[in-house]
Design a protein around this ligand. Sequence first.
Ligand SMILES: [Zn+2]
Length: 341
Amino acid sequence: MIEHGPYYVGLDIGGTTIKSALINTAGEQVGAMVEVRSLVDEGYRLTFQQLEEAAKKLCDQAGIGPNDLGGVGLDVPAPSCDGVIWGKANLAQDWVGVNIREEFSRHIGLPVFLTNDGSAAAVGEYMLRPDYHGSLLFVAPGTGLAGGLILEGGAIYEGANGLSMEAGHISVPFMEEDGELPTCSCGWKGCLEAWVSLVALRRRVEIELGKDQWKDHPLNAEDSSIKEKAFKLRTLAEQGDELAIGIFKRQGYIFGYGLADMTRLLDPSLIVIGGGLAEAKFRDAYLDWILEGFKARVWPMYLKSPVEPAKVTTCFEWAIGGDAAAAIGMAHKARERFGGD
Ligand SMILES: [Zn+2]
């Protein structure tokens, strides 16, 4: 037993799949990421069975048994405080008010660390940069806009009530051409998420395709849904399509503007951008558009030191963990909490 020591499981609950990863006592990932179906909208008890199945598959893959596990890190796509789920988000109603950390610990017979999905991915990105020890702000546009903040040394900043880093819901001073503010998934208008999420992309492509300028655009001739058309924007942008580039350019600018406000508050030394765009072929151009918006809002000293010109004050990097980042981050958190070193 001593020769391989305890192992730690990271479990990342998403809306469609549960992703999981295993690390050994030295912090090295063992085997590949394992995915099982997510049943979050069918209740937490069914989800517990899925989580257990993922852990079992990881153990089988590594040739170890449940007794070799030292703890679990678990993230949920909802706000929580001290283990108790506070909001429904994409979950079934029965999750709310339950201490998932304690309940799942009882279910699986191991100590459990619990946080939200944005923080988990932020930890993953931190752990995948072993030589980096500064602060890290993680933001990932997708269906919404996930966020997470890691302090110098690796601690997650969750806020007093587990409600910090709702990065998508800061407001930005932009409006549509007709003077309207876009409606956000939270019900409010003008949130950053309403400009940079996939939903925003759908709204934007619909508005643009209605303009005279794009009446002959191939997307207008297509008999497909707005969702499908929005899905094609990335490929079109990669091919140099002007409509698609214009949409991403504006999105990047507003995203950068929002990141500037977050930077003024938090002064992170590294901003890591995740989500699908991290894998886009035009991501270098997209980062330039982000920086344009960022520079419009901050003083130059937020990018370069005024007294040490060689020092970059805020670095930008693309995420490197892909969709395994959160699971890997949670496995590391379990090792840190329950590893005894
Ligand atoms: Zn909002």
